[in-house]
Design a protein around this ligand. Structure first.
Ligand SMILES: C[S@@+](CC[C@H](N)C(=O)[O-])C[C@H]1O[C@@H](n2cnc3c(N)ncnc32)[C@H](O)[C@@H]1O
Ligand SMILES: [Zn+2]
Ligand SMILES: [Zn+2]
Ligand SMILES: [Zn+2]
Ligand SMILES: [Zn+2]
Ligand SMILES: [Zn+2]
Ligand SMILES: [Zn+2]
Length: 493
C-alpha cells in the first residue's frame, strides 16, 4: 500500500487552476515533497485530495507530465465506474417509499450501507439492521456502521453530550442557520429537534444521501470544495445560503488527518460564498473541531480564532472519550476552534469548567491561571507549571535541561533536534514552499532547492518551546492512532 511519506505539503491554490486534473473525488490536489533520492530537489505531483492511500484512489500525475492516451481512457473508465447506482433524488425517493412500509419491513444492509426495499435477497450473508422506526430513519448515524476504520472518512461521531453542548451553544448564540461540514450528527439533531434552526449538511459519505433531501445535503469533498452531483447540488447549497443567513454558523469536524492548508483554503471559499449573499459585511461564526496540538497551525490561518478549552467527546473512539466514559486520563484531545468571542461560550460547570475572570473565558478544572504568563496555560488536560528559565508554562512531565536550555522530557538526548520545521532548512517559521533556500525554475515544473538539506538540519536552530510541544504531541499522536492519521502531513511548522 503506497502510504505517502511525511514532509509533504499541499498547494491548494492549484485547485482553481483549469489545468488541474480530476479524479473521481473532484480536482486533484497538488502536493510537494522532497525527492527521496536527492533531498535537495522537490517533487511536485497531483494526487487525490480526499484519499490518503493510493489503493483507495490510484489517480496520480507528476506535474508537467502529459497524461497518455491510455491513461486518459483508463481514468475515464474509473470515473465512469465510480458513479453511484442511484442518483441522490432516486435514493431519497427510496426513503420516502420505505417510510410507507409498515415498521416491520424497513431494514438497511449495514454491510453495504443500503436501505432495502424488498431487496434482501441481494444481500445474503450481509449484516442487516433491526427494523427501522421513523426515529431511526431520522438518525442514520445511530445505526449505520461508522466509516471509522478508514483514514479517508475517519467517521468519529459525537457523543450525545457533545451534540447537546454544540446545539445549546448554537441556541445561546441565537443562530438560525447552520452549515454542517462533516458533522452529520449535528445536522440530524437540528433537523429533528430544532426545526427553527435551518441546517444543511456537506459530507463525503454517500450513504447519507439516502436520508436527507437534496435541499438538506450535498455529497461534498471539503479538501477541494467539490460537489459530487454537479451544478444542481451546488445550486441547492447556494440556495440554502441565499436566504435569512444573518445568523448563520459553520460547524465543521474534518477527518483529523486532514491537511490544515487545504481545509483552511476551502473554508475560505465557503465563507466567500456566504459573504456574497450577506446584505451587510459581518463576521460569520465558525466552530472547527480539531485536536489541540494543531492550535498554532489553525491560528496561523485564522488569527481571529481561539481554541476553547472544551474537550469534545466521541462515541466511537477510545482516545476521544471523556475520562468518565472510559476515555484517556486527560480526556479527549479534540477542542473547538472558533471566532466566537470566548467569553460568550459558557462551558458546563457540571463537567468542572470554570470562568477565569482574568482570561475572560471558561477553562477546565485543571487549567490554572499562571500569574507570570497571565493566562490559563494548560492545553492538553493537565496542569502546567511555570518554568522561570524558559519563561513560560510547560507540561508537568517536563524538566528544565540546562544543556538544552529548554524544558525537556526526562531521558531525552541533549542537543538532538526534537522537531522539524521547514523540510528544506528546518526553520520553524516557514514551510518549504516559502524557504529562501529553495529556487523554483520558472521554465520547469519541478522545484529545485539550492540549499543543502543536511547542512541545514545540522544547523537547525533550537526550537521555540510551543512548537516543540505541538510537534511532539503530533508525532506521538500519529504513532498512537494510525487509523486517523494521514500519510500526507503538512510539515509541523
Ligand atoms: C471526524 S468525523 C466527524 C463527525 C462528527 N463528529 C459528527 O458526529 O457529526 C468526519 C466526518 O467528515 C466526513 N468526511 C470525511 N472526509 C470528508 C471530505 N473529504 N469531505 C467532506 N466530508 C468528509 C465523514 O464522512 C464524517 O462524517
Ligand atoms: Zn480521488
Ligand atoms: Zn449488502
Ligand atoms: Zn486565566
Ligand atoms: Zn506560566
Ligand atoms: Zn524550562
Ligand atoms: Zn537536554
Amino acid at each position: 500500500m503506497a502510504r505517502r511519506g511525511t514532509g509533504v505539503e499541499v498547494l491548494p491554490e492549484y485547485l482553481l487552476d483549469a489545468e488541474t486534473p480530476t479524479c473521481p473525488h473532484g480536482p486533484m490536489m497538488l502536493f510537494e515533497r522532497l525527492n527521496t533520492k536527492d533531498p535537495t530537489t522537490v517533487e511536485t505531483f497531483y494526487a487525490c485530495s480526499a484519499n490518503r492511500e493510493r489503493n483507495d484512489c490510484p489517480f496520480y500525475l507528476k506535474k508537467g507530465d502529459k497524461i497518455s492516451a491510455a491513461k486518459t481512457e483508463a481514468w475515464k473508465q474509473i470515473i465512469a465506474d465510480s458513479q453511484p447506482k442511484y442518483s441522490h433524488a432516486e435514493l431519497y425517493s427510496r426513503l420516502v417509499k420505505l417510510q410507507e412500509n409498515p415498521g416491520n419491513k424497513r431494514q438497511c444492509c449495514l454491510t453495504c450501507g443500503e436501505l432495502l426495499i424488498g431487496e434482501a435477497c441481494d444481500h445474503k450473508d450481509h449484516r442487516l439492521s433491526h427494523q427501522l422506526s421513523d426515529q431511526d430513519l431520522r438518525s442514520p448515524t445511530k445505526f449505520l456502521t461508522p466509516l471509522s476504520g478508514n483514514s479517508t472518512n475517519a467517521q468519529y461521531l459525537f457523543s450525545d453530550k457533545s451534540v447537546d453542548f454544540t446545539v445549546s451553544l448554537l441556541e445561546d448564540l441565537k443562530v438560525t442557520k447552520v452549515l454542517c461540514v462533516g458533522a452529520p450528527r449535528i445536522h440530524e439533531e437540528l433537523c429533528q429537534s430544532f426545526p427553527h434552526i435551518g441546517s444543511f449538511l456537506l459530507d463525503l459519505d454517500p450513504r447519507l444521501q439516502q436520508f436527507h433531501s437534496l435541499e438538506a445535503l450535498c455529497r461534498y469533498n471539503m479538501f477541494n470544495h467539490h460537489f459530487f452531483d454537479g451544478k444542481t447540488a451546488q445550486d441547492n447549497y447556494k440556495s440554502f445560503l441565499s436566504k435569512d443567513i444573518s445568523r448563520i454558523m459553520i460547524v465543521m469536524d474534518p477527518p483529523f488527518g486532514g491537511l490544515i492548508d487545504s481545509l483552511a483554503f476551502n473554508l475560505r471559499r465557503i465563507l466567500k460564498d456566504i459573504r456574497s449573499s450577506l446584505q451587510v459585511e459581518q463576521d460569520v461564526y465558525v466552530l472547527w473541531f480539531f485536536p489541540y496540538f494543531m492550535e498554532q497551525r489553525i491560528i496561523e490561518k485564522f488569527p481571529d480564532f481561539t481554541m476553547l478549552d472544551y474537550k469534545v467527546d466521541y462515541d466511537n473512539h477510545a482516545d476521544f472519550k471523556s475520562r468518565d466514559s472510559g476515555g484517556s486520563k486527560h480526556g479527549s484531545p479534540v477542542r473547538i476552534f472558533t471566532n466566537v468571542p470566548p467569553e460568550r461560550v459558557v462551558l458546563p460547570e457540571s463537567e468542572g469548567y470554570k470562568f477565569c475572570a482574568k482570561c475572560k473565558r471558561f477553562v477546565s478544572r485543571e487549567n490554572q491561571h499562571c500569574p507570570e504568563c497571565d493566562a490559563c496555560t494548560s492545553k492538553d488536560g493537565r496542569t502546567y507549571f511555570h518554568c522561570f528559565k524558559c519563561k513560560r508554562c510547560v507540561k508537568p512531565s517536563k524538566q528544565h535541561c540546562d544543556s538544552c536550555n529548554l524544558c525537556q522530557l526526562p531521558g531525552h538526548k541533549c542537543g538532538q533536534p526534537v522537531a522539524q520545521g521547514c523540510f528544506i532548512c528546518g526553520d520553524l517559521q516557514h514551510k518549504k514552499s516559502r524557504c529562501p533556500k529553495r529556487k523554483r525554475l520558472s521554465n520547469e515544473s519541478e522545484s529545485v532547492c539550492v540549499g543543502n538539506l543536511l547542512e541545514c538540519l545540522i544547523n537547525m536552530p533550537l526550537i521555540l518551546g510551543a512548537t516543540i510541544r505541538e510537534t511532539w504531541d503530533y508525532g506521538n499522536f500519529l504513532c498512537k492512532i494510525a487509523s486517523w492519521s494521514s500519510g500526507i502531513q503538512a510539515s509541523p511548522s
